[in-house]
Design a binder for this molecule. Structure first.
Ligand SMILES: *Cc1c(COP(=O)(O)O)cnc(C)c1O
Length: 400
C-alpha cells in the first residue's frame, strides 16, 4: 500500500526544486520561488484527477477532518455519527470541533451500517461520517439517501482510500466534503499531509481561509489580507507538498500493482469454501490496498492469525484487540480522559461506552483478517505468499 515503498528520483526532483529556491512555505514570497508552487499544483492535480471543484491541502488527514467539520459549521451541541471501526482521528477531530461523536455499528462492508446510522439520528445530529476503511468504499447510496431525508451533511473520511471510486465517482467527492491523508503509510504520501475536497464553492473558499488563520489569499501582501472569520493554522509545508506532487503522478502505477497482487491472493483464498470476503459495494472502485476476508467464527480467525505467524506471513491484522482502529481498546475515549475540561454539551452528550456493546461490529471485526497489499513484492513473492496463506488456513480447518 504505502507510497513510501516506491520513493525515488521523481520525489527527489520535486523536493530539490523547493530546496533550491529556499521557499519552504506554500504562500507568498512570489519573487523568490522560481515559479514553484508545489502545494497549489498538487491541489490542481487532485481537482483534475477527482473531477472536483476544490481541493485544499492541510498538514495532516486529522487536520483535514478538523477543517471539514469547521466549514460544515459543526460545533457545540452537534452530534456526528461515526463508525466503531476507524482510526482514532475520527473522534479526535469531532471532539476538537466541540461536537459529540456518536459511535454506531459497522456491517460486512467493514464500514457504517446504514440501518445503524438511521437508528442513531437525533435532533442534534448534523453530520454522518462514513470512513472508507482499508482501501475500499462504504455503501454511499443508502447513506446519501438518509442524509437527504434528514437534512444532514455527508462527510467522507477517504484517508485510507485515495483514488478509490464508487460507481465511477472519486471517493471523497460524493458527500458534501471529503478528506484524505498523505501520512507516511498511506497510498500516496507527503511525509505528513492531508486534503479536504468539496464541490461547493462556499465550502471550498472557507476551507482555503480557515486552514490559514482566516487569510483570504487575495493580492500579494499577506500582512494586508482581510480575515472575515476566525481560522487556524493547518497549512502543509511546500516541502511536504513537493513529495506528494511526485507521488500523485504515480497513483495509477501504484493502483495497478496493488490490483494485480491482490487478485493473486484473493483468487487463491477463494478456493477455500470457509473463507468469505468483505462486501465491496462497487468492486471496480476498490484501491486494493488490503485484502479483507472473514473466517466463519472468531475462534477460527484467531487460529488463522497464529497459523500465519507459524508460516512466516507478515502484514495482516485482526482488529478485535487493536489499539488504534477499534472501539474495544479506545479506553481514553471510553473513560473520557481529556487534558482539559470538555464542554457540558460533550459531557452530557457522550455515549457511555462502558455500557454499550457493539455486537454486530464485534462479529465482523472478530472474524475479519485484513492483509496489507505491498507495492514492493515481486510476482514470485506474491505467488509464494498465496500458497502459504492457503496452507495456513487449511491447516487450521483440518484441526477443526
Ligand atoms: C490516517 C487516517 C486519518 C488521519 O490521517 P493523518 O494524516 O495520520 O492525521 C484519519 N482517518 C483515517 C481513516 C486514517 O486512516
Amino acid at each position: 500500500m504505502p507510497g513510501f515503498e516506491l520513493f525515488g528520483a521523481a520525489e527527489r526532483k520535486e523536493v530539490n526544486d523547493v530546496l533550491e529556491s529556499g521557499v519552504l512555505m506554500r504562500y507568498g514570497f512570489d519573487g523568490m520561488r522560481n515559479g514553484h508552487w508545489k502545494a497549489r499544483e498538487l491541489e490542481q492535480e487532485m481537482e483534475k484527477r477527482f473531477d472536483v471543484k476544490h481541493a485544499q491541502l492541510t498538514s495532516s488527514g486529522t487536520s483535514a477532518l478538523n477543517v471539514a467539520l469547521a466549514i460544515l459549521g459543526v460545533g457545540a451541541g452537534d452530534e456526528v455519527i461515526m463508525p466503531t471501526f476507524t482510526f482514532v482521528a475520527s473522534f479526535e477531530s469531532i471532539l476538537a470541533a466541540g461536537a459529540t461523536p456518536i459511535l454506531v455499528d459497522i456491517d460486512d462492508t467493514l464500514t457504517l451500517d446504514p440501518k445503524a446510522v438511521e437508528a442513531a439520528i437525533t435532533p442534534k445530529t448534523k453530520v454522518v461520517m462514513p470512513v472508507h476503511m482499508c482501501g475500499a468504499m462504504a455503501d454511499l447510496a443508502p447513506l446519501q439517501e438518509i442524509c437527504e431525508r434528514y437534512n444532514l451533511f455527508l462527510l467522507e473520511d477517504a484517508c485510507q482510500a485515495f483514488a478509490g471510486t464508487y460507481h465511477g465517482k472519486a471517493l471523497g467527492t460524493i458527500g458534501h466534503a471529503g478528506c484524505f491523508s498523505f501520512d507516511y503509510v498511506k497510498t500516496i504520501t507527503c511525509g505528513e499531509g492531508g486534503a479536504v475536497v468539496t464541490n461547493d464553492d462556499v465550502l471550498g473558499n472557507h476551507a482555503d481561509h480557515y486552514s490559514d488563520h482566516g487569510h483570504t489569499h487575495i493580492g500579494n501582501d499577506r500582512g494586508a489580507e482581510e480575515h472575515p472569520f476566525i481560522g487556524y493554522n493547518f497549512r502543509i509545508s511546500e516541502l511536504n507538498a513537493a513529495v506528494g506532487l511526485a507521488q500523485i503522478r504515480r497513483t495509477d502505477e501504484f493502483l495497478a500493482i496493488q490490483r494485480k497482487n491482490k487478485k493473486i491472493l484473493k483468487d487463491a483464498l477463494a478456493t477455500i469454501p470457509e473463507v468469505s470476503f468483505r462486501r465491496l459495494p462497487d468492486e471496480a472502485g476498490d484501491t486494493a490496498t488490503f485484502l479483507s476476508f472473514f473466517m466463519p467464527t472468531y475462534a477460527l480467525s484467531q487460529k488463522v492469525v497464529q497459523a500465519f505467524k507459524k508460516y512466516g506471513i507478515d502484514a495482516y491484522w485482526n482488529y478485535f484487540d487493536n489499539n488504534w482502529h477499534y472501539v474495544r481498546k479506545w479506553h481514553h475515549l471510553t473513560k473520557v480522559r481529556s487534558l482539559f475540561p470538555l464542554s457540558k454539551e460533550i459531557r452530557d452528550g457522550l455515549q457511555d461506552l462502558t455500557k454499550i456493546s457493539f455486537q454486530a461490529s464485534d462479529e465482523w471485526i472478530g472474524r475479519n483478517i485484513s492483509c496489507l497489499i505491498k507495492l514492493s513484492w515481486t510476482e514470485e513473492e506474491v505467488q509464494t505468499r498465496a500458497q502459504k496463506m492457503v496452507a495456513a488456513i487449511q491447516s487450521v480447518l483440518a484441526d477443526g
